[in-house]
Design a protein around this ligand. Structure first.
Ligand code: TYD
Length: 137
């Protein structure tokens, strides 16, 4: 499965925390888009899609949430709850996010602008694409 947990260097001191996300240092792609997810209700599941080509890195800059990751053959659960830890998700990985804490802010960096044509939002279509080896990952 094309995923990786990346531990960022903390530059914080006794005044507070600081993490820097920098191309060619700790971000493994050219960043073309940044978005953030916040105020998600705790009983909501988000995501429920895979991307054909998009690469993303997500950080729970505040609070926590659970990721279910699935490459069509294997499934994995990861809880993001640390502002100095990123989760890289490559193409061809189905993701579902749940168990958002009330204060959760999920920052997402992406290597391309928003393009609905890059999404696979139907799980059976995702499995078919994996079996037909249509996905980049
Ligand atoms: P959606 O993909 O459903 O969010 P999630 O994966 O968190 O469940 O996106 C919600 C809406 O926002 C949908 O109408 C598409 C739109 N959107 C953008 O316009 N730009 C973006 O960069 C993203 C990620 C979503």
């Amino acid at each position: 499965m094309e995923i990786e947990i990346i531990d960022f260097q903390k530059h914080g001191d006794d005044r507070g925390g600081l993490v820097s996300l920098e191309l060619n240092n700790n971000i493994p792609f050219d960043i073309k888009r940044v978005y953030y997810i916040f105020d998600t209700l705790s009983d909501v599941t988000r995501g429920r899609h895979a991307h054909k080509r998009l690469r993303q890195l997500t950080v729970a800059v505040k609070g926590s949430c659970r990721f279910l990751l699935d490459d069509g053959n294997n499934k994995l659960e990861i809880v993001l709850n640390c502002a100095s830890q990123g989760l890289y998700i490559g193409p061809g990985v189905w993701r579902e996010m749940s168990d958002f804490s009330d204060d959760c802010v999920l920052l997402v960096l992406a290597d391309d602008i928003y393009d609905e044509a890059d999404y696979i939002r139907d799980y059976q279509q995702f499995l078919d694409a994996v079996n037909d080896q249509q996905l980049d990952g």
